[in-house]
Write a protein that binds this ligand. Sequence first.
Ligand code: GDP
Ligand code: IMO
Ligand code: MG
Length: 409
Amino acid sequence: MNLVVIGAQWGDEGKGKIVDYLAGESDAVVRFSGGANAGHTIVAGGERFALHLIPSGILYKDKVVILGSCMVIDPKALFEEIAMLESKGVSVSGRVFISDRAHIVLPQYIKTDKEQDAKRKLPIGTTGRGIGITFSKKSERSGVRIADLDWNEMLEELTEEDRVFLLSYKNRLRDMAVNITSYLSRKKNARILFEGAQGALLDLDCGTYPYVSSGISSAAGASAGGGLGPRALDKVLGVFKAYSTRVGAGPFPTEFKENQESEDSLCSYIRETGREYGVTTGRPRRCGYLDLVALRHACRANSIDSLVMTHLDVYDELPEIKACVSYDINGETTEDFPASIPALNAAQANLKTFPGWKKDISGASSFENLPREAKDYIKFIEEYCETPVGVISIGPDRKQTFLREKIWS
Ligand code: GDP
Ligand code: IMO
Ligand code: MG
């Protein structure tokens, strides 16, 4: 069975935590998109791990992990991450493979990414990891893939600096290279977990373009980057937070307003309680109410079979909770998520209020254990999004998770 996990908002929904949790019953984990712009956090056995390129199944010593074809890989960041894992006692030897079709991020691309974003009239606020430049080189057909490391005529076209950089990693990268399609096709009856990065609203096509990343972070990316066709994917899970966050620039209709005292203090509360600071850049994340208009768009555009709700515990102390159920845009009310940036910037969120539960739920072990108010909030989300909430996370630890349905079936 093949299971896809994507972010259903603007990234940082808790994908790393959920993939790590589900990986326990998988045979292999394939990361299918993005690069070192991602920051996936796992908390297990009292230790915290921040992963950027390595798939979130690595902590189980019997699991194989694969960096997929639509990833963009900075070799320096990759080997630093491997060294970090080994220093924490995680043996990675013989368990980490890279699709030979994945593209390589060159040092010059990182410099250009930072310079280009700083010069833009409307900066995106990229992570400065060379992601957009690597993807544009790929589209221009001037990129370098793992498979190209043995193609001398192509390497001769590069600058001396890039060639020296690549050659210093060539042998180590070649040892990890794999034909992902052949490899996965041979794993009959295996449970493969496809791990997304970023989120549906940061996807180049499905998201808030141009305020997006450059890869396919929607579910479609699992087949493009995972090496198997779309009919090989059995189930799509969409991870979302009980509220919304985003890092970098771009429209955010439900963002807490700094000039409204109650929303500003709610923002500080959520940012501190939910530790809403970027794993890759350390930037404080922008915070806002849960946006159901955007979440339903993500469900529909990605065939999400089940939602995974994280950070429900962050609401424990609040007397009430609000979620956006429609937008007013220039005098018209809509429940559809627009493509136009001016329309999204003009959108006024219509909020529905739910009573809070004012209890610590971080130890809950089933849906039935949750306070009635929390259950009602979840049921409303399911009805609005026409999608069940199959997994609930009530804290950062691997153990603070429970299922409402059989996932691997
Ligand atoms: P990812 O990029 O989607 O993997 O998410 P990040 O790791 O960037 O950000 C999620 C943050 O929330 C991390 O600090 C996690 O440890 C934490 N986290 C994950 N799930 C929960 C949850 O249910 N409750 C709380 N309080 N924190 C969570
Ligand atoms: P994970 O996988 C949150 C955002 C950046 C910026 C935009 C473009 O941890 O959820 P890029 O460097 O990709 O060209 O930046 O996308 N961004 C993310 N935001 N989580 C991520 O990954 C992100 N990856 C990129 O902040 O706004
Ligand atoms: Mg993250």
